[in-house]
Design a protein around this ligand. Structure first.
Ligand code: PLP
Length: 375
């Protein structure tokens, strides 16, 4: 069986975890947390980076920092993971769902302005598959309407928009190190803060509403409860594991890109024959090889293809049931139709892609897909 995903181990994780254990301090905001945060600030130019226990946590922090009032509106793509919307729903915001582009799951930025009202406070964009949304359009709207932009960059580590690292463009960027992502520590995340006016409060919210971080830097002589917050920081064990992965990011990325390119080269002919559609990367974006997906002709064909691959021992998966149609949000949605998000819900198929996948396994998967379409 070829798995859909296997979390990659660099081999250095144990060494760093043992070091954290020997240091004797394994609660959060210690040596390895700082090493990771410095890595992100230096490599991607984030003004401030705070490790969290998940991308969901980082999104929740961005929602708290946005200071929403009941019924403030937050624009979120419908075709995304639950957390992009959930974090704001918890702050009692009203979610205004946006549709995808016709030819890519990313949000159609040309149709965002029509969704803005006097109650709009935040726009959340998701860089699907690590490919950038058109951020100039988003940032221009944010400036003109005084909105906060959150980049859900869960899938977008080490990818850029017009040369700028994703997650560094909006007010906030959120990353995931869940074991299904390019860089992983089981469960983990990061909040990137790019507007310094939020840095101070972010650190307080991160540490249960206390000014503990300032206290440990010796900036105040006692610490106490000063604001709202939660326990968003991971333990040093998690950070040590993550740090080992970060030290290998270049080789991880080049291996993933090699696998991605093999898929693309082998399946291009089916795209040319018009039987399926391959992902296109706009000229303003890079591809971080987070995932390889194909667009089939619809749900019936996709189900048959999944069974065909399964018979050949290949585990391919589809995802995202459009959030505007979800059991939880359907009643609250404003009835606008979002046809493109439904196209991707019904026709997108993700193929296995992980570091230990072999090139000849990719060859075999592509052969199986060709066999399905050509008989
Ligand atoms: C994976 C993912 C998340 C959630 O990440 P966690 O670290 O599991 O909380 C959020 N948004 C998107 C787009 C994702 O792909």
């Amino acid at each position: 069986m070829i798995d859909f995903n296997l979390p990659y181990l660099t081999g250095d994780e144990e060494k760093h975890i043992f070091e954290a254990v020997r240091n004797g301090k394994i609660s959060g905001n210690g040596k390895h947390t700082n090493l990771c945060q410095e890595f992100f600030e230096n490599r991607y130019g984030f003004k401030k980076a705070l490790l969290t226990t998940s991308c969901t946590d980082a999104l929740e922090m961005s929602a708290l920092l946005s200071n929403l009032k009941v019924d403030d509106e937050v624009i979120v793509p419908s075709y995304t993971f639950v957390s992009s919307a959930l974090a704001f729903v918890r702050e009692r915001a009203k979610i205004v769902f946006a549709d995808s582009l016709p030819d890519h799951p990313n949000v159609d930025t040309s149709r965002l302005e029509a969704l803005i009202t006097s109650r709009t406070k935040v726009i959340v964009v998701v860089h699907y598959a690590g490919v950038a949304c058109d951020m100039d359009v988003v940032m221009d709207l944010a400036k003109r309407y005084n909105l906060i932009v959150v980049e859900d960059a869960a899938q977008a580590i080490d990818s850029t928009y017009k040369g700028k690292p994703l997650g560094s463009i909006g007010h906030f960027g959120t990353f995931s190190f869940h074991e299904t992502k390019n860089i992983q520590c089981g469960e983990g995340g990061l909040l990137a803060i790019n507007d310094e006016k939020y840095s101070h409060r972010a650190e307080i919210i991160w540490e249960k509403g206390t000014n503990r971080a300032e206290f440990f830097r010796g900036e105040v002589n006692k610490y106490g409860w000063v604001d709202i917050g939660s326990s968003f920081l991971p333990s040093e064990i998690t950070s040590a594991y993550l740090y080992a992965q970060l030290l290998h990011i270049n080789e991880i990325q080049s291996k993933r890109k090699e696998l991605w390119k093999r898929y693309f080269d082998l399946l291009k002919v089916l795209d040319e024959e018009g039987v399926l559609t391959l992902p296109e990367v706009p000229s303003y974006a890079t591809n971080n090889a987070h995932m390889f997906f194909i667009i089939t002709k619809g749900i019936e064909e996709r189900s048959r293809l999944i069974s065909h691959l399964r018979k050949n021992g290949i585990h391919a998966v589809f995802h995202y049931l459009a959030l505007h149609n979800s059991e939880y949000y359907l009643e609250k949605h404003d009835d606008r139709e979002l046809p493109n998000s439904l196209i991707f819900e019904n026709s997108l198929l993700r193929l296995p892609l992980f570091n230990d996948l072999k090139l000849d396994q990719v060859d075999f998967i592509c052969e199986s897909i060709k066999e399905f379409y050509r008989g």
